[in-house]
Design a protein around this ligand. Structure first.
Ligand code: PSU
Ligand code: MN
Length: 304
C-alpha cells in the first residue's frame, strides 16, 4: 500500500509543477474551537487557491497519511474531540495501528517533504516553553526545522513561549529565522517580540532563492519565515503579557504539561481575552497562507 494518499487536486498540481502549499491540521483539532476551526480551515484553503496555488491540508486518517483533504474529511477532523496530536515521535505508531491524528508543524513538514511540497503555512510554531530549564519542554518543531527541507511560514513562535530561548535553540540548530518585511521578530498575536530577528527578507522571491541555495549547499533543514500579523489585527504585547502570565500560572496550578500544554494555553488565552486572541490568530493564519502561496509560486518558477 502506498504511504501517501494525495488528493486529486494535489496530484494534478504536483505533476504539473504548479505551486502547492502544505497546511497542518493540529491548528484545526487542538488550536481553535469548533466551529471557527472548520471555517478557518476552509478559508485558509480558499486563500491559497485565490493566490493561484493548491492547498494540501495534511492529516493521518485511518492509518494513511493524507496530503490534501476532501471537505468531508476536514469536517470530520474539525468535529472530532479526541483525535491524537501527532509529531515526529508518534506519527509512525499511529499509522501502523490504522489510527487517526492531526499533524503538528513537525509531522506536517515530514509529510510535505515526502510529497515533494516545499512550502508550508501555519499560525505559530512550537518552541522552548517558559520554565524549560526545569521542564525540558522544547517543541519537536525546532528539531524538525533543522532537518527537513521545508520553508515554514508562521507569525513567529507563539508568544506563550520563551522567545529568546527559542531563538537561541534555532540558532544552535542552524535554522534561518527570517522576519518578513521588518527587522523585528514578530510574536504571533503581536507584531513585535522586543527582539531583533536574525535575518530579514522583503520578497517571496528572496525566500525562494534562499530555500534553493540551502539545497545546493547540501544543508538538510528548512527555513522559518516569521511573518508579522496584519496591523489592524494585532494585540499589543503589553496587553497580552499579563494574560499570558495568568494562563501560564493556571497551567502550572492544574499540572498541565507535555502535549496538552500548548492547546491548554491557547484555550485559556482565548477565554481571558474574550475571544480576541482567536480573531488575531485567524487573521495571522490567513496572512501566512497568502505569503506561503507567493513563495510557492516563486519556488515553482525557479529551477529545482
Ligand atoms: N499554530 C497555531 N495554533 C496551533 C499550532 C500552531 O496557530 O495550535 C500547533 C502546531 O501544530 C504546532 C503545535 O506544531 O501547536 C506545537 O505544539 P507543541 O508546543 O506541543 O510542540
Ligand atoms: Mn512540548
Amino acid at each position: 500500500m502506498t504511504l501517501l494518499s494525495r488528493s486529486a487536486a494535489v496530484i494534478q498540481a504536483l505533476d504539473a509543477g504548479k505551486p502547492v502549499v502544505a497546511l497542518e491540521s493540529t491548528i484545526v483539532t487542538h488550536g481553535m474551537p469548533w466551529p471557527q476551526n472548520l471555517e478557518v480551515a476552509r478559508e485558509v484553503e480558499a486563500t491559497v487557491r485565490a493566490q493561484g496555488a493548491t492547498p494540501a491540508t495534511i492529516a493521518v486518517i485511518g492509518g494513511r497519511l493524507h496530503v490534501g483533504l476532501e471537505d468531508d474529511q476536514l469536517v470530520a477532523l474539525a468535529q472530532s474531540k479526541h483525535v491524537a496530536k501527532l509529531s515526529r515521535a508518534d506519527m509512525a505508531v499511529c499509522m501502523a495501528r490504522g489510527g487517526t491524528g492531526a499533524t503538528t508543524v513537525a509531522a506536517t513538514m515530514i509529510a510535505a517533504r515526502l510529497a515533494g511540497i516545499e512550502c508550508f503555512a501555519t499560525g505559530g510554531i512550537g518552541g522552548v516553553h517558559r520554565g524549560a530549564e526545569s521542564s525540558f519542554d522544547i517543541s519537536a518543531d525546532l528539531q524538525e526545522l533543522a532537518q527537513t527541507a521545508v520553508t515554514v511560514v508562521a507569525a513567529g513562535a507563539k508568544a506563550i513561549l520563551d522567545l529568546p530561548k527559542t531563538l537561541e535553540v534555532l540558532e544552535t540548530l542552524g535554522v534561518p529565522v527570517i522576519a518578513y518585511g521588518q527587522d523585528h521578530l514578530p510574536a504571533f498575536w503581536s507584531r513585535e517580540a522586543g527582539l531583533r530577528a536574525p535575518l530579514r527578507a522583503d520578497t517571496p522571491r528572496e525566500i525562494a532563492e534562499a530555500h534553493r541555495m540551502r539545497a545546493r549547499l547540501g544543508l538538510p533543514g528548512g527555513q522559518l519565515i516569521a511573518n508579522p500579523i496584519p496591523v489592524e489585527a494585532e494585540i499589543p504585547r503589553a496587553t497580552l503579557a499579563p494574560v499570558i502570565a495568568e494562563a501560564t500560572r493556571d497551567a502550572e496550578k492544574h499540572g498541565i504539561s507535555g502535549k496538552a500544554l500548548t492547546p491548554y494555553l491557547l484555550q485559556r488565552i482565548y477565554e481571558l481575552t474574550e475571544g480576541r486572541s482567536l480573531t488575531a490568530n485567524i487573521a495571522l493564519v490567513l496572512n501566512n497562507a497568502r505569503l506561503a502561496a507567493g513563495i510557492a509560486q516563486e519556488l515553482s518558477a525557479l529551477p529545482a
